[in-house]
Design a protein. Structure first.
Length: 404
């Protein structure tokens, strides 16, 4: 008789899913509405350069967050680069290494050194208690990242920034539609940056936005994202091309109409995963503060290898064989990627919590493409793996020896 272990796809069983289940499958709103908007855009013959959709999208985001200014951009990476430049950051800027590589690259691209700071293992966000130790005479700013949409310890970071006269920016790529102490993300620091990439909670295909309450900064960023043009034939800053296209804004406006539905589905999925996985010893799931607004976009597990009896990377291999494309964000940490790995080969020594988390973290698929039956199946695979960890390891070792 076939055992549960035999039925795993990694041992030539049939994959649990015929189609791949992705982390970051785009949430797509009402197609008819999107196509209507695209038709109108084509009729209007206005495709980019601050068209009416971009203007409407910016207004809607500003209203939703309560921030004074929203400047839509082609993606969050360029938006970060522009904010960094507009704020005059130079020298060194303190950032977590536990983030997507774009946060660090946005600095290094302008020859500013990203100084990697460790995280708080409870929040996964930059640990304010470690920030002061990293400040040198060359430090000009701090970039906090609201990882998984859970806000940083904003007050503590702001206090440090004020004390040392540093600029404070938040990479809020994950945190659109989230709040902190009842105030929407988009209102903190000198500026905050959202991502509207296809894989994000709300998408504009590719896209991003800078939110700020600073009039002067907003005006500067608006010019910088349009080559520095201040009217026909008059360039007053170094600028670049950070503009959002009308097609992207049309997608954004359409996505906004389904915002509540996306949140509801993500929250349902989050609660289901929580229910299914919370009883498994050695697996803990990142939880969201229900008293705040939240997009519930990420299902994040932390795995205790000793307790579950199998290591994280093997679990990833097993899930991938079942067509569950679980991800290890942000393994192995920015400090272990180039060029930072070569610049700071020993950075890991001052990043013990980042190093630990990078080995423990695992993200599971959610979003509108994932429903209760998929979640039940994914969790069943995880339960089988955890219940049979030693047998699975032995069999894989046996297969490896046979193949050698
Ligand atoms: N700061 C932070 C903290 C970020 O997380 C990010 C982006 C940024 C800044 C920069 O924002 P942007 O400049 O991108 O606006 C993905 C995304 O490309 C990236 O935007 C995101 N973070 C990061 C966390 O995830 P990859 O390299 O993992 O992408 P990829 O191609 O492996 O796609 C992820 C999964 O999504 C795959 O399993 C396939 C699925 N997928 C993807 C796309 C594009 C789909 O099903 N459909 C799609 O259209 O970076």
């Amino acid at each position: 008789m076939k055992s549960q272990v035999d039925s795993l796809a990694i041992f030539s069983g049939v994959p649990a899913f015929a189609e791949k289940l992705h982390v970051g499958r785009p949430n797509i709103g009402n197609r008819e509405r999107l196509l209507e908007r695209i038709e109108a855009m084509l009729d209007r013959c206005w495709l980019t350069n601050h068209g009416p959709y971009v203007e409407e999208f910016e207004q809607k985001i500003a209203e939703l967050t309560g921030a004074k200014h929203c400047i839509a951009m082609c993606n969050a990476t360029i938006a970060l680069e522009i904010v960094i430049k507009a704020l005059g950051m130079t020298g060194e800027v303190i950032v977590p290494a536990f983030t997507f590589i774009a946060t660090a690259h946005a600095l290094q691209w302008q020859e500013i050194v990203p100084v990697f700071c460790d995280i708080d293992p409870l929040t996964h966000n930059i640990d304010p208690n470690r920030v002061e130790d990293m400040i040198t005479p060359r430090t000009t700013g701090i970039i906090g990242v609201h990882v998984w949409g859970r806000p940083c310890n904003i007050e503590a970071l702001q206090a440090i920034a004020d004390k040392y006269g540093l600029r404070l920016v938040f990479d809020a790529a994950h945190a659109f539609a989230c709040s902190h102490n009842g105030r929407m993300i988009g209102n903190f620091g000198n500026a905050e940056v959202f991502s509207f990439h296809a894989t994000k909670f709300l998408n504009t295909f590719e896209g991003g936005a800078v939110l700020t309450n600073d009039d002067e900064l907003a005006a500067k960023i608006r010019l910088m994202k349009n080559f520095g043009f201040a009217g026909y034939d008059n360039v007053i800053y170094i600028g670049t091309n950070g503009k959002m296209s009308e097609a992207s804004a049309a997608m954004g406006l359409t996505s906004l109409e389904s915002l509540e539905e996306f949140i509801e589905i993500n929250r349902r999925n989050y609660l289901l995963y929580m229910q299914e996985l919370s009883s498994i010893p050695g697996i803990s799931m990142v939880s969201y503060d229900e008293s705040e607004k939240c997009n519930y976009q990420y299902i994040v597990l932390e795995l205790d290898e000793q307790q579950i009896g199998i290591d994280r990377d093997l679990l990833v291999r097993i899930l991938h064989a079942e067509n569950v494309i679980a991800r290890r964000y942000f393994h192995p940490g920015c400090h272990r990627m180039e060029p930072y790995k070569s610049y700071f080969p020993h950075a890991g020594l001052v990043l013990p919590e980042t190093e630990k988390l990078c080995r423990r973290v695992l993200l599971l698929p959610t979003g509108t493409a994932v429903g209760p039956s998929e979640i039940a199946k994914v969790c069943e695979i995880i339960r089988i793996v955890v219940a049979n960890g030693s047998e699975i390891k032995e069999r894989l070792l046996g297969e490896f020896v046979m193949a050698a």
